[in-house]
Design a binder for this molecule. Structure first.
Ligand code: Z5A
Length: 210
């Protein structure tokens, strides 16, 4: 019998360092013999990547409701085409963002009703991660890192600092409300310390019988 699937998500604001941590999570799970599938949102399927281009294009003017529905449209496709089939065959899915991002950015950042987002979560996504790492870093520090990467900021990266402060607050509120699912990691630390904290929390969770 194959091992049951594991669904792990990674969340955080700008410059939290998700890319480095994803690679470490992949390595740690593969070292335990897991088949690992990494996804990203918005995107992760051909249809979702097309939606991502629209969402991040600075030339688009999207209403908050449009933005929310497009996030869920891409997610609905990803869940059905990639995540559910992977979990069904016993893989570990590592998601670079999932529905918590919609609560944080569209709920916290844009001020949309959290109850409406919860309805979409039930209907369009239909699943929740088993474990969520929230990489938490102060907004100014995260934005400085993201800007240090160079390149033109996308449509959402062009938001003001107060938007990202609301995003961060909404993430922390969700983490406090669901302590069994969330692990909040201090992402202000150097990258190797962040990776070590995530690996240790993952090992503890797996060893506890996840
Ligand atoms: N969004 C939304 O609004 N609603 C939703 O439902 C979903 C998403 C799913 C695209 O997401 C946008 O969509 C995003 C949220 C929104 N908007 N914004 N803004 P994304 O995940 O594709 O984009 P992102 O958040 O901008 O991710 P990213 O650019 O890949 O960031 P990251 O992975 O967290 O950061 P990084 O590239 O790993 O690190 C940034 C830089 O900092 C880089 O140069 C690193 O070398 C450096 N770094 C990383 N960690 C450290 C540490 N610990 N110390 C020092 N320097 C570091």
């Amino acid at each position: 019998m194959s091992a049951p699937g594991l669904f792990i998500s990674l969340e955080g604001g700008e410059g939290a360092g998700k890319s480095t941590v994803i690679a470490a999570l992949h390595g740690a799970l593969a070292a335990r013999g897991r088949d690992v599938v990494v996804t990203r949102e918005p995107g992760g399927t051909p249809e979702g990547e097309a939606i991502r281009c629209l969402l991040l294009d600075p030339g688009q003017h999207l209403h908050p409701e449009t933005e929310l529905l497009l996030m869920f449209a891409a997610r609905a496709q990803l869940v059905r085409d990639v995540i559910q089939p992977a979990l069904a065959r016993g893989a570990a899915v590592v998601a670079d963002r999932f529905t918590d991002a919609s609560f944080a950015y569209q709920g916290g950042g844009r001020g949309l009703d959290m109850g409406r987002i919860a309805e979409l979560e039930r209907w369009a996504a239909g699943i929740k991660p088993d474990l969520t790492f929230l990489l938490d870093v102060g907004v100014a520090q995260g934005l400085a890192r993201a800007r240090g990467r160079g390149g033109e900021p996308d449509r959402i990266e062009r938001e003001r600092e107060d938007f990202f402060e609301r995003v961060r607050a909404a993430y922390l509120t969700r983490a406090a409300a669901e302590p069994a699912r969330f692990r909040v990691i201090d992402a202000s630390l150097p990258a190797d310390a962040v990776v070590a904290a995530v690996q240790s929390a993952l090992a503890a969770w797996l060893d506890a019988g996840a």
